[in-house]
Design a protein around this ligand. Structure first.
Ligand code: BG6
Ligand code: MG
Length: 214
């Protein structure tokens, strides 16, 4: 029986995945790499430094750890600049209502984002009160597809992994949820997220009545 829902942030609650993409694309162009939307799927859900490493691998470029840090910071500075314009209305339609309905029915709700910028995005959206707990990239050692972040969220909600359903737009996130022993709803295309227990086009499309069949 599902007792808790765990939501990813970027691409599930708001389209910040797009801001990550344009910031990485801008950085990649400095290395003469044309980062495509297809490449970008590999970057979703994984940590900042791992994202940079994937881009460098595409261009067969080798950098020292110090330089990697420098370029990851450069990308982050652009991302931070882009997200400052976020307004509360940018939350995906139906998401607030879905989470509120879940909580009204006694389902606990957590946010679990690999992003170290998650607290700022949540603050700008003014939705911190929607969650019983929030875990982000500053609290974990291993990023998705490792299950650590979801296991941490479940333990903070005091539920077992089998009682959780995760909402994820990233392939690495779906893998992390399944590795944690949780159910997973993929948000996006079935081609990309086929391993999830169910795939929906938009987070707001999910109906609470579907939980009993998970
Ligand atoms: C995830 C995104 O939520 O956070 C990734 O899907 C991103 O694309 C990762 O790389 C880390 O984010 P940040 O904000 O800590 O660089
Ligand atoms: Mg995401």
């Amino acid at each position: 029986m599902i007792k808790a829902a765990i939501f990813d942030l970027d691409g599930v609650i708001i389209d910040t995945a797009h801001y990550h993409y344009i910031a990485w694309k801008r950085l990649a162009s400095e290395f003469n790499i044309n980062l495509t939307i297809e490449h970008n799927e590999l970057l979703k859900g994984v940590s900042r430094i791992r994202s940079l490493e994937i881009i460098l691998e595409l261009g067969n470029i080798h950098l020292s750890e110090e330089d990697k840090e420098k370029y990851a910071n450069k990308k982050n500075a652009w991302f931070v600049e882009y997200i400052e314009s976020i307004r509360p209305e940018e939350i995906f339609s139906g998401v607030k209502e879905l989470i509120q309905n879940m909580r009204d029915q006694g389902i606990k709700v957590a946010l679990a984002s690999s992003s170290k910028n998650a607290p700022r995005v949540i603050e700008l959206l003014k939705i911190s009160e929607l969650f019983d707990t929030m875990v982000d990239g500053t609290m974990i050692t291993h990023s998705k597809p490792h299950p650590e972040i979801f296991l941490l969220a479940a333990s903070r909600l005091v539920v077992s992994p089998a009682e959780c359903v995760v909402f994820e737009d990233a392939e690495a996130g779906v893998e992390a949820a399944l590795a944690a022993g949780m159910k997973c709803v993929g948000v996006g295309s079935p081609g990309q997220l086929g391993k999830a227990n169910k795939v929906i086009a938009k987070t707001g499309d999910f109906r609470i009545s579907e939980l009993s069949a998970m």
